[in-house]
Design a protein around this ligand. Structure first.
Ligand code: ZN
Length: 298
């Protein structure tokens, strides 16, 4: 069995695994994100310690961003303008690839998660497939023709602009760039700032959830008409509140108003807008799927 290395590089924690597929994880570790030198040092140490027993053919990295994915760019494989102290302009791809002497590939955390779900999770057979994470921040990734979507940079679905009814919701949003973009209105910190308490402490019947479902549904319906995805997967801490799924599905159907004539939406929306099939492992298994694609391509 060909083994791959997977790294989920998050703003608060890193997860590293050695695996060939979800039910064949040979080694795993996780640790908090500190400085680049210390954190990447721990990644390198984990794979080196396991290299004799579990040699890997390639390394995949699902990384917090923004990241440079343009292979012709001098800063390809870098984390670019992150506000995270010490991490701006960090060449994560080559640092790991050189130290471990293995081919490596990098993508955004959400593209990684989308690929993981497409390969082994809730997105199997669904192309295009979109993955949104709604937690501390909001990000979106997608698979089109079997590959993660890149482009000018990479999708930033969390920053799409949504209609904002200031009377119903006077909260101005907290995105430092846009104020009331999707992330500014609906990420975990927006819940906390708007209602004065953390989302997970709000009762199930609190009006916060109706508003939250409304914003998520607005974003999802925009994505439906923009990408025509065959599956939309919603992950992240805010979506751990399972009752949100019912509200979001109902609101998406209502917003689309019969325009998108597909049984997937009109009859089976509960199988169309779904939680991740890989649970909290979409990102790190997506990194394994990235490495697998790299090897197959060569
Ligand atoms: Zn924004």
């Amino acid at each position: 069995m060909t083994l791959f290395g997977g790294v989920e590089a998050g703003g608060t924690k890193f997860v590293c695994i050695i695996a060939s597929k979800p039910d064949d994880i040979r080694a795993e570790t996780r640790f908090p994100t500190t400085t680049p030198a210390e954190t990447l040092g721990r990644v390198i140490d984990f794979f080196q310690r396991n290299s004799r027993r579990y040699p890997i053919s390639a390394l995949g990295i699902s990384c917090f961003g923004p990241v440079d994915l343009d292979t012709s760019s001098p800063t390809y494989g870098y984390i670019t303008t992150t506000p995270k102290p010490g991490w701006a302009q960090t060449d994560i791809l080559h640092r790991l690839s050189d130290a471990l002497k293995t081919p490596a590939i990098l993508d955004t955390d959400v593209n990684g998660a989308a690929l993981g779900e497409y390969r082994w999770g809730a997105g199997q057979g669904a192309d295009p497939c979109l993955y949104l994470t709604i937690g501390t921040g909001i990000g979106g990734g997608g698979i089109v023709n079997g590959k993660p979507i890149h482009g000018l940079v990479h999708p930033e679905m969390g920053h799409m602009r949504l209609p904002h009814d200031w009377q119903a919701d006077p909260f101005p949003g907290w995105c430092p760039y846009h104020g009331d973009c999707f992330e500014g209105l609906a990420a975990g910190p927006a819940l906390e700032k708007r209602w004065g308490r953390r989302g997970e402490t709000l009762p199930k019947d609190h009006p916060a959830w109706e508003l939250e479902a409304r914003y998520i549904a607005l974003a999802v319906s925009n994505l439906v008409v923009a990408f025509s995805p065959r599956k939309i997967i919603l992950g992240g801490g805010v979506m751990a509140n399972q009752q949100l799924f019912t509200r979001v599905r109902e609101e998406v159907v209502r917003l689309l108003n019969g325009y998108v004539q597909s049984p997937a939406i009109l009859e089976h929306v509960d199988e169309y807008i779904v939680p991740p099939g890989l649970g909290a492992r979409s990102g790190v298994l997506g990194a394994i799927a990235l490495a697998e694609q790299l090897v197959l391509r060569e």
